[in-house]
Design a protein around this ligand. Sequence first.
Ligand code: SF4
Length: 313
Amino acid sequence: MKEQITPYLRTLIEKGSIPLRAQFKKKRQPKKESNFTNDPLGEEEKYSPVKGLVHKFGNRALWKVSYRCAAHCQFCTRFRQIGSDEGDLSSEDIQACIEYIRTHPEIDDVILSGGDPLFTVRDTLTIFEELAKIDSVKVIRIGTRLPIHSPKSFHAKLLKELMRKMRLYARKKALFVLININHPDELTKSVLRAIATIQKTGAIILSQTVFLKGVNDNVETLEALFTTLYHNKILPYYIYRCDYVKGVEHFIVPFRKERMIMTELRKCLSGIAYPTYAIDVPGGRGKIPPPLHFWKGTVFRYVTDFDGNKLKI
Ligand code: SF4
């Protein structure tokens, strides 16, 4: 994945934000071979019935709108794809995804992801309008980092049009916007203003965070992050262990350290401000919450996924 940074992020990095530099500036990789893989979650290999769609859990489908984002986060799970045009969907591809969802009424929850659906807003508008017509779809979720990458984009005409459509949709059905936020430095005034624009649509705003070595692997940073999110009506939803993706090895925090941090945070944060800590098990299925240090005698080398498979972590 190439380095790509928006002018807005570049200014913050030049002003001295080390956590932002670490997330977006490319780092030279060690030559040492690791056992990390390109697609540890098996998205394409096992669970993609049509181009663009991942159907891994019965009632939920993940729709990868493209592989394009305003900036490239160097810890990205889709490190192998981001920035390439391989994920661009033709109108036939979009119709094939719609048809799949329409003919699988067990899917009531569609997650628009990517790439960043708010960066490729023209396609997202089409997809959103089509999904809104399907009765069996009760929930739409949009995963984005655009408010963090480029808050000014929310003044653009097409995004305003999407916000208008979202407002109409949110009056009838459930609409969630999931924003990846990893460090308090990301929550500038302009970012909070952009998020407030989304809040005005009636969508419920949730945050997702990834544990990143050298960025947020300490109690103070995460306490400040989750408290600020809570104060701004953004619910901390998940904090993930970074996926074991080739190219992101330098971001992995020791597992024991993560559990200690989450144990300490549990003592000082309100339950509403405390996200679910989970591991997307490589080679397995499901986001599994690890036990914290309140529990004694747990063996942490193996985990059982949603299908009962015992896997080494
Ligand atoms: S915005 Fe999301 S999909 Fe795009 S590079 Fe960042 S983490 Fe990956």
